[in-house]
Every structure is written in structure tokens, then in C-alpha cells.
Design a protein around this ligand. Sequence first.
Ligand code: GUN
Ligand code: ZN
Length: 435
Amino acid sequence: MTSRNQAFRGSFLHCTDNPAVAGAEAVHFIEDGMLVIEDGHVVALTNAVQANMPANTPVHDYRGKWIVPGFVDCHVHYPQVDVMACHGTQLLDWLNNYTFPAEQAFSDQAIATETAAFFLEQLLANGTTTALVFGTVHKASVNAFFAEAKQRKLRMICGKVMMDRNAPEGLCDTPLSSYEDSKALINQWHGQDRLGYAVTPRFAPTSSGEQLALAGQLLDEHPNVHLHTHLSENPDECEWVKTLFPDQSDYLGVYEQHGLVRKRSMFAHAIHLSTSEWSRLNHANASVAHCPCSNLFIGSGLFDWRAASSVNVPVGFGTDVGGGDSMSLLRAANEAYKIQQLQNVSLDPLTLFYTATLGGAVALDLDKHIGNFETGKEADFIVLEPDATPLLARRMRASNDWQSSLFALTMLGDDRCIHDTFILGESSKRSTTTR
Ligand code: GUN
Ligand code: ZN
């Protein structure tokens, strides 16, 4: 018999606001806490001794472990798992040599389904419960992804890539077909269970102005969907955009011209931006995904965290698999810290944790549903094992307080620290066979 109520006991950590703005009080650590949920949603998080719940509520005892909100990956390509860790190139050659050839296979629904299932199981194994995901140009790739996400009851956003030029013929659509395919996918999937759609022009170089204009039209016609694309990742890419769109004074201007810069727009990378572009992102209420593992792996550049925070543009972490070499947001936080160290910026451990959880939810405009343990939120969370390895266990013993434990866990941790991932209060281990 399954109960509508369940409780979880352990150490809890979550944010109720951005600690960089609201201060350290925005982050709550409850050493011995009790989370009560009903029908997959949070009823209350309190100290264990104060917990108030119906008699006979089953209690899952995770004392000694940390329970935190599920991680949010703000930029990732599910069809690129097989091009992770390909050697030797930067963005434009990497796309031509590895990525475009791999994406051609996704016209085949069976390949798309098998890859989507593998990818989602890997996300869960890494503690990621929500992601903003690129499909390929093929409608089948998005149908397969949403079907697999729905089966797992996940909160996921995905979209069909729109690209009508500067790519192999087998990967090109047309402005009209991309508009019609995207519209059909929106009508089929957006708002179904916890699924959302993102209009997904790949990046300015692979779309004509006509196609970008139709992407803007899709956003006008469906105001609640997301926009997902790449922006100013690599210096050669930025130079190319100047030659392809000579009338625009900068890269962001190309997207602005076509109505793509607005609330619920997510721009991946955003490395080589001017002060004016940062300020315009802010005024448009748009967000950026910082993808540190990818930026280092394909040598794109160092993200300017100071610029983003000085204009209050919401920043989430993206793994950007397959440009990124890890699916773990703990690894992303680790590399983000180091990228700022190289620029003489010391990122606060609380900010790193916020960015991987509530900050990602805010950047995706999903914070009314996910990101922390406030009453009514969806109970997507992770049980973290801070002493999962001998090294971690030793390092934890050397920590004097939870803040230093958190930082050490963030720097040294990876999927080995994810004891279990819960979706709407249900263990994802129970139903999975491929982890
Ligand atoms: N820019 C355009 N397409 C891609 C992609 O697939 N990955 C990354 N990292 N950047 C891109
Ligand atoms: Zn990407």
C-alpha cells in the first residue's frame, strides 16, 4: 500500500533566495530535519523534534546524509552523449568533426529513444532532476525525449533544433518546416504533465534571418514557452556572426532584432559580451547558462561572473554535454570556482550551491515549482552522501562546520556522492535498471 504522506529525516540544506543578494540567511541548514510530503509535494520542513505529521506516516531515515533540492542543468544536449570527450578541437571544428555527424542519427526514433533513456538515467544518477535540453533538428528526437521524460514523471524542457544553413544537408530544415514542426511539438507536449517546450534555434550562424524571425513568431504565438540558444561562446564564432549579420552591431543584437531576447530566454555561454549586451540582457529579463566544463574543455574562454552579477542577470549552470566532459553539476560548480579564481574572483560556496539549485530554477522561471523545500513545491530532491569515498570521509572529518563541509563536498564530489535521487517523493533507484 502506498501512503499519500511520507517523511524524510536527515540533514537538510536549501536556499530561499540568492545569498549573493539576500545574504547568508537565504541559505538554511537543518542538521536534524524532517521533510513531510504529500502526493509528491512539500508539506513542511522542520527540525525533526518539531515535526508534525499524520500518524503512521512512513519515515525514511537518512541521518548522516544531506538532503538537498535536485540539481538544475540549464543547458545540455541529450543527443551528444556519444561525443563527450572528443579530442583536439575548438567549437566550430568540434561541431563539424564530431557533433554534426553524431546528430544525423537522430532521425531514427529508436536511436533517439534509447539515447534519451540513457541520458535521463545518467541525469538522475548525477542528481539532476530538471534540465533545459537540446534535441536535434529531427522532430523524432524531441518526441522520444519527452516520452521518456514523461514516463519518469520528470520536469524537463526540450526543443527541436532549428537550423537552415551552414550545416550538413541532412541536418538542415527550412524556415517554414522548422516553424511547423516546432508548433506541432508545442501543441503536443508543452504543459503536458511537467514538460515544457523551448523554441531552439541552434545559434545565429546556422539560421537565416527568416528562420530567426519565425522563431520570434513562435514565441509571440506561445508566450509561455522558452527560448534556448547559444550566445558568444567562442571568438571565431563571434567574428563569423559579424560577417553573417553585418547590419547588427553585436551578437545579442541579432537575437534582439528577431524578438528572441525576453523573459524565459536562456542564452548558453555568454562569454564574450560587451557591457551593453549585459545590460540589455538584464533589461529584457533574460537568463544565461554558465557552462564551465565545456568552456574549459573546448577552450572557449572565461565566463565573467562579476559582469553577470553586477547587472543581476540570472545565471544557472549548464553541463553542455557533449562540449562539457561531465554530467555532474558538482563538477560544473568545481570548474566554475576555478574559472573565477583565474580572474581573481572568489565565488562563495553558498552561491555555488544556490546556482546549482534555486538559481537554476529562477533562471528557467521554474522557481514557483522547484528549487527548494518551501511548502507546495514539487518534492524533487537528492540524498547526498558527504563521505562517499575514503578521501571525502577524511576531508569531512577535518571540517569544523557545515559551510566548509559544503565547499569541500562541492569541490571533491561527483556522482559517487549521489546516494539517491527522488522524483515527486519517489526513489528513482527503485524503477531503474540501467544505472
Ligand atoms: N554552438 C552551436 N551549437 C553548439 C553545440 O552543439 N555545442 C556547443 N557547445 N556550442 C554550440
Ligand atoms: Zn551547447
